[in-house]
Ligand binder design. Structure first.
Ligand SMILES: Cc1cc2nc3c(=O)[nH]c(=O)nc-3n(C[C@H](O)[C@H](O)[C@H](O)COP(=O)(O)O)c2cc1C
Length: 430
């Protein structure tokens, strides 16, 4: 194609506006959003003056809201506006697109001027699909914007398998979020029915959902319908004055009927009145037997147990009764115990705990995280439990807690902190 043939012409162009919708706009930076609306209105006015057809897409408007009000007058002025309600990232992926594209092609319109939101996903996927169809595509840089999904959802490839936990109770919104999570590359979607914090209760999220198994089932079914990865649930054995024999069976029956792939049970109640989230992880008594009974009821379903498991030995004992054991605080406070997991539970060759290799790997990971705009403290805060009980561990924690949060801190802080830890006997001998 020559440069001359790339020139835009009023009688061969189409204006495509991708998903400039209320709920997406609400999470954008205000000034940038206003500019995108202003510039898209300029495009709309040009289209109106020049008789250029306009195609408007809306991604799942039931969940993400209608097109922003600021574009309404401009859109109302367009004669024969083509509106597409879509559930795919690409505009070209839905059935309504084909007849519209055919009509426009018959009019000789093959130059697509593209404006829109979620530039790196929906605009990008649409532009790519149009190019694959042999259309000419012009993305208008001043009329596109994207949200901060990478910051919220991004993870490193070494973190696989990784689950995305969602909180909520609106099946449509959870389905939209599950689909985004699946397309982002997560390996599992998990619904939180165990978190007792006030903030969460106010939004009908978390443990209070133990009271509404039917609603949880609707949420699971909605997520299963759109995400081709496992959808699982994490819950408690009950809340407040619930009878745990009835409450846990009711929740399990409902979610398995709806297609849940696993149920993880924190083996204690959540007391929603009067206890803080922290107290709710310690004070309500653990009842492992209750979870074992649930497993006996569901021999062919995956039931995992969680709560108060401190060691791999304890985890192994639980595995005689259930399918999985989840470590929360133990993994956080004494992460080195995880070094044995692959050998002990998955039959992989033992590699032992190689602290030097671990520090090299974490420093590399931190370097990648910083290069993508992250902060060192976001990595090091999860490392302070390393070397627990070893000489120099205190200094290691101190360096990480103070230096890693300073502006410009880099992976060298991790290496410096590690230098203060004395090698253990095994390493010295090696
Ligand atoms: C700081 C902290 C944050 C937590 N955040 C979550 C969370 O976001 N979702 C969740 O399902 N559980 C969360 N939990 C609960 C743990 O997953 C786990 O259920 C709980 O700590 C009990 O297990 P443990 O005794 O092995 O720690 C959190 C726990 C802690 C200590």
């Amino acid at each position: 194609m020559t440069a001359a043939s790339m020139g835009l012409h009023g009688d061969t162009s189409v204006l495509l506006i991708v998903d400039i919708q209320e709920r997406l706009a609400a999470v954008m930076e205000e000034d940038a959003m206003a500019e995108v609306v202003r510039n898209t209105n300029i495009l709309l006015e040009a289209a109106w003056r020049m008789g250029i057809p306009v195609v408007l897409s809306e991604q799942y408007p039931k969940g993400l809201g209608p097109t922003v009000a600021g574009l309404k007058p401009g859109l109302d002025a367009i004669e024969g506006l083509h509106t597409i309600e879509k559930t795919h990232f690409s505009v070209c992926g839905c059935s309504e697109f084909e007849p519209i594209a055919k009509t426009l092609a018959a009019q000789g319109r093959t130059q697509w001027i593209v404006a829109g939101m979620e530039t790196h996903i929906c605009v990008y996927q649409s532009a790519r699909a149009l190019l694959e169809r042999g259309e000419q595509v012009h993305v208008v840089a001043d009329a596109v914007i994207h949200g901060d999904r990478q910051r919220l959802l991004g993870f490193d490839a070494v973190e696989h398998p990784v689950a995305l936990q969602l909180g909520g109770s609106d099946p449509a919104k959870l389905a939209a979020a599950a689909r985004i999570g699946a397309e982002f590359g997560y390996d599992e979607i998990n619904l939180n029915c165990g978190c007792p914090s006030d903030r969460v209760q106010s939004g009908t999220f978390g443990a209070c959902l133990m009271r509404t198994p039917g609603l949880v089932a609707d949420c699971v079914a909605a997520m299963k319908a759109v995400a081709a990865i496992p959808v699982t649930v994490k819950c408690r054995i009950g809340v407040d004055d619930q009878d745990t024999e009835i409450a846990l069976d009711a929740l399990a029956d409902a979610v398995f009927e709806a297609g849940a792939d696993a149920l993880w049970v924190h083996a204690r109640k959540a007391w929603l009145e009067g206890l803080s989230p922290k107290e709710n992880r310690d004070i309500p008594p653990l009842d492992y037997e209750r979870v074992y009974r649930l497993k006996a009821r569901y021999p062919n379903r995956f039931i995992g147990i969680n709560g108060g498991i401190h060691s791999l030995g304890e985890a192994e004992a639980h595995l005689a009764h259930v399918d999985g054991a989840m470590l929360g605080r133990a993994a956080y406070h004494t992460p080195d115990i995880l070094a044995e997991v692959d050998e002990r539970f998955y039959g992989e060759p033992g590699r032992g705990f190689d602290a030097d290799a671990l520090i090299d790997a974490i420093a590399d990971y931190a370097g990648r995280h910083l290069a993508e705009g992250g902060k060192l403290g976001q990595v090091t805060r999860h490392m302070v439990g390393l070397f627990h009980g070893r000489k120099g561990a205190r200094r290691f924690r101190q360096i990480l807690s103070t230096e890693a949060t300073r502006p410009g801190a880099g992976p060298d802080v991790i290496r410096r902190a590690y230098a203060s830890v004395e090698p253990d006997a095994g390493q010295q001998a090696a």
